[in-house]
Design a protein around this ligand. Structure first.
Ligand code: ZN
Length: 78
């Protein structure tokens, strides 16, 4: 209840994520976030999807801040 109210007022904090899902080839290209690293997680609260970096074990919430890292990862996906 309180968490829902916080989501409405401040937006979801994306505190809980699903297990990372790795997509390959055509499937990966169909998902915008999976296309970044080939792997994505979904927020268990709002359902938003985020790219996931397996090597760094990190969720990439802002592609802008990880531009260089993503460019490097994209080479491995392609
Ligand atoms: Zn969320």
């Amino acid at each position: 209840m309180f968490a829902k109210l916080v989501d409405v007022l401040f937006g979801c904090r994306h505190a809980r994520y699903s297990f990372p899902v790795t997509l390959r080839g055509a499937k990966a290209r169909r998902s915008e976030v999976a296309a970044l690293t080939g792997t994505y997680v979904a927020c268990l609260n709002c359902g938003k999807e985020f790219a996931y970096d397996w090597q760094e074990m990190k969720v990439i919430t802002s592609p802008e801040r990880h531009r260089e890292r993503l460019a490097e990862l994209a080479k491995h996906v392609a």
